[in-house]
Design a protein around this ligand. Structure first.
Ligand code: SF4
Ligand code: SF4
Length: 133
């Protein structure tokens, strides 16, 4: 089930792409965003893809602050070397057979990963000029 943070995230992504590609039309953009973030989320946000793009993490500490973790001193992790696998993987998660990324709009890493995937999926339509206003 979708959470409030997922909705906020989806709304922000839609706003970004409606603004970026106004000629594509809201239906196409909405379909691709829905498929990417919700329907086939695990296909696009694999562990390898998340790891390949580690540079998108701003090391802002938002994820640690949210967890109110005792190892967070307000700026950095006091036990960085021994941090758990969940911390090392974030925003990627694996719960049973379910995998994907946490859709938190305040996490640059997560937002930019989504932006990258959706941009790549929309680009062919932009390049081929298949859609008109
Ligand atoms: S909130 Fe996202 S961008 Fe910030 S440190 Fe955590 S993973 Fe990195
Ligand atoms: S252990 Fe470190 S990386 Fe993990 S939540 Fe706490 S402060 Fe953040």
């Amino acid at each position: 089930m979708m959470q409030f943070s997922d909705l906020q995230f989806t709304k922000s992504i839609l706003k970004l792409f409606y603004g970026k590609y106004p000629d594509l039309g809201v239906d196409l953009i909405s379909d691709i965003v829905e498929e990417t973030l919700i329907v086939a989320h695990n296909l696009f946000f694999t562990r390898d893809f998340v790891e390949e793009n580690k540079d998108l993490c701003l090391k802002c500490g938002f994820c640690c602050r949210e967890l109110e973790c005792d190892n967070f001193d307000g700026k950095e992790c006091l036990d960085y070397v021994n941090r758990s696998k969940v911390c090392k993987d974030y925003p990627f998660y694996e719960i049973g057979l379910e995998t994907g990324i946490s859709l938190d709009v305040q996490c640059n890493y997560s937002f930019k990963l989504a932006e990258k995937v959706i941009n790549n999926r929309l680009k062919p339509y932009v390049d081929l000029d298949l859609y008109e206003i």
